[in-house]
Design a protein around this ligand. Sequence first.
Ligand SMILES: NC(=O)c1ccc[n+]([C@@H]2O[C@H](COP(=O)([O-])OP(=O)(O)OC[C@H]3O[C@@H](n4cnc5c(N)ncnc54)[C@H](O)[C@@H]3O)[C@@H](O)[C@H]2O)c1
Ligand SMILES: [Zn+2]
Length: 355
Amino acid sequence: MKIQSRFKEYEVIFEDNKVFLRDLVSEPNSEIVVDKNVYELYKDCFEEIPSERLFVVEATEKNKVVDTALDICEKITEIPAKRNATLISIGGGIIQDITGFVANVTYRGINWIFVPTTLLAACDSCIGGKTSLNYKKYKNLLGTFYPPDEIHICSEMFHTLTERDFKSGLGEVIKFNIMAGQNGLKNIEDNIEGLLERKPQIVDQFVHSSLSFKKKFIEVDEFDKGERIKLNFAHTFGHAIEVITEYEIPHGTAVAIGMIMANSISEKRGLISSDVVKRSEKVLLEVIDIDSKLLDKPLEDYMKAIRKDKKQVSESLTAVLISNYGENGELSVVHDVTEQEIDYAINYFKKLYRA
Ligand SMILES: NC(=O)c1ccc[n+]([C@@H]2O[C@H](COP(=O)([O-])OP(=O)(O)OC[C@H]3O[C@@H](n4cnc5c(N)ncnc54)[C@H](O)[C@@H]3O)[C@@H](O)[C@H]2O)c1
Ligand SMILES: [Zn+2]
């Protein structure tokens, strides 16, 4: 799959099995940055890399900071190729966010190859070119746009993900399908079981369709000025849930909860039918596995978290809601979400989940 960006055209390559990894990392002028868990699980692929070309990072939000980025930059200066060096990063969204930043700022931009090893990174974040670092208490405050030159996806690697991380990725997969309208919803209803069983063919098919769906938005609006904002469907609520639970609930799971909340508001506003709401919920509840006590926070905590979100640009509250559900889903960016609606949506989810 080819993605057209203002910077360049780049490619997503689907690999049959993890054998490709050994060849990829043998490129001499490259620095390999790998997620610590991935390194431990796939050690045999990294055996022949000399230590000066290997940088192992623990994938935590605490490490998604400028200090880690600078350590990697420094390591790259030791490669003789300098500006022709290639950064090859292997891991999930955390590794992607750090290494994208590094590849962008080192020598004003070096070659970058990314291997997403989480379902979330493969079905969503690997394309679109966003890089991010956390700064002090601000998540993703620092960032740039810099897509990789190549992305290699090997769904065999998702087999080692924990249930928690795999289901988080499914949250985003479901999001793309619910956004796509009646056909998308039917497709995910028919395949959710196979996805939960991680059937390779089904997982591959949905990673591919998720990226094709996202591609349409980022190619017309790479820099998040208009159409791309719609990909933030449910994220206003999802981000708030991540913040109030101190990231105990992973991103995709928070987005899955956010979709139930967003749709409850759409239904209350008379924008979508209760049939669509109920069917979406049934699929979403399959991937939400949380301690619901985590959500027992006062409304003002949610409101504070929502107001801090960088997508909130004015006093009134912005969210992306499904506004019409035909053969193709229609989404609207609305700027008039009320505090009462947020309160309603939180209680709606809690009641549903605890039932
Ligand atoms: N740049 C973007 O466009 C974008 C979009 C969405 C999210 N993000 C960021 O992505 C991050 C979340 O990324 P994520 O959900 O991919 O998770 P992650 O990178 O936090 O990884 C989750 C866990 O999975 C482990 N892991 C990774 N691959 C594995 C494998 N194959 N087998 C076993 N374990 C494996 C990691 O070590 C980690 O413990 C957040 O920091 C978020 O802000 C970025
Ligand atoms: Zn997301």
